[in-house]
Design a protein. Structure first.
Length: 293
C-alpha cells in the first residue's frame, strides 16, 4: 500500500456529539473519505458541507467502510445502534466511554459477529483533538492486528498508545488516570478551602500549589517500584508513623479554618488501619493493598 493510499483510507464514524464531531473534522481535514451517521441527522449537516458522506441508517454507514469507529453516549447506545447490523469482516473501534468489563464483553460480542475489535479510551477533550502539541492521545486495547492495520488512520486525530490484547485494558488505563486526577482535584479543593477566608489571593497561591503538586509526582515512581518488588520500606524517608503524626496538624488546621475534612478523612483512615497493623516503618504504599480487596 502506498503512502497516498494510507493517507486517503476511508472510514465510517457513528456518533456526532462534541467528541465525534471533533474526530470527524480532523479526518476530513486530512483528506480521508468519511461516512458519518448520527441519531439526530441535523448534526451531520455541517460535516456534509465539509465533504462527509451522510448515511441515513447505521447499516448503510457500516456497509460503506471496513473500518467503523463508534463514539456514542454509552455502551447501551452501542448495543442499540448496532443490533441487527451485519459486521462480518468489519474492523470495529469503539471510542465510547466504557468500563473494562463492558469493553471485554463488547470484544466477545464483536467476534461473534465476525468483526475484529479494538477499544479506545480518549485522554483528551474535544478542543484537543487534531490540535498539534495538545498532548491528546488515545489508549487502545484489543486486536493488535486491527491496531497495526489502521494505526496511521487512528493517529490522525490524536496520539496512540496500545496497551494490550486484553480489550479491557484501554478503559482500565483511562479510568485509573481519571481516578488519580479526581484525587488530585480533591486535594486542590481542600487546599483552596483552607485559604478561602484569609487575606491570601488565590491567584498568588495557585503557582505555589501547582509547583508543589508537580514536585510530588515523583512519588508515583517510588510507589510503583515498591509495588513491583514488595518492599514497602525501600527508600522510605518519611514513614507511615511519621506521616500519621503529622496528620493531626492537617485535621486541626482544617478545624481552625472551619473547613470540612471529608475529602481527607477516608485516606487518613486507611493510613490509620495500616499503622494499627504494625506497618509504621513502611511508606503509604500499603494503602493500595487495602483498596484492592
Amino acid at each position: 500500500m502506498t503512502d497516498n493510499a494510507i493517507e486517503k483510507s476511508p472510514l465510517t464514524l457513528l456518533g456526532l456529539g462534541a467528541m465525534g464531531t471533533a474526530l470527524a473534522r480532523t479526518w476530513l481535514a486530512a483528506g480521508h473519505p468519511l461516512t458519518v451517521w448520527n441519531r439526530s441527522p441535523g448534526r451531520a449537516e455541517p460535516l456534509a458541507a465539509e465533504g462527509a458522506a451522510v448515511a441515513g441508517t447505521v447499516a448503510g454507514a457500516v456497509a460503506a467502510s471496513r473500518l467503523v469507529v463508534v463514539c456514542l453516549l454509552d455502551d447501551a447506545s452501542v448495543d442499540e445502534a448496532l443490533t441487527g447490523v451485519d459486521l462480518t469482516g468489519k474492523d470495529l473501534v469503539d471510542l465510547t466511554t466504557s468500563t473494562p468489563g463492558q469493553a471485554r464483553a463488547r470484544a466477545v460480542w464483536a467476534r461473534e459477529r465476525g468483526a475484529r475489535f479494538l477499544d479506545g479510551g480518549i485522554m483528551a477533550v474535544p478542543p484537543m483533538i487534531g490540535a498539534p502539541g495538545s498532548g491528546a492521545y488515545v489508549f487502545y486495547s484489543g486486536s493488535r492486528a486491527l491496531f497495526d492495520a489502521h494505526h496511521d488512520l487512528l493517529a490522525v486525530p490524536a496520539g496512540t498508545s496500545y496497551v494490550g490484547e486484553d480489550a479491557g485494558f484501554a478503559a482500565l488505563h483511562d479510568v485509573a488516570l481519571l481516578s488519580a486526577m479526581n484525587g488530585m482535584f480533591a486535594g486542590v479543593s481542600h487546599a483552596f478551602a483552607l485559604i478561602r477566608k484569609e487575606n491570601i489571593e488565590p491567584t498568588v497561591f495557585a503557582p505555589l500549589l501547582a509547583d508543589w503538586l508537580v514536585a510530588m509526582t515523583s512519588s508515583v515512581h517510588a510507589t510503583a517500584a515498591q509495588l513491583a518488588d514488595g518492599d514497602y520500606t525501600r527508600g522510605v524517608v518519611s514513614n507511615l508513623a511519621m506521616q500519621i503524626a503529622g496528620n493531626a496538624t492537617l485535621l486541626r488546621t482544617a478545624e481552625e479554618q472551619e473547613v470540612s475534612a471529608e475529602l481527607l478523612a477516608p485516606y487518613l483512615a486507611l493510613m490509620e488501619r495500616l499503622l494499627a497493623g504494625g506497618r509504621g516503618t513502611e511508606s503509604t504504599t500499603g494503602v493500595v493493598d487495602l483498596l484492592a480487596r
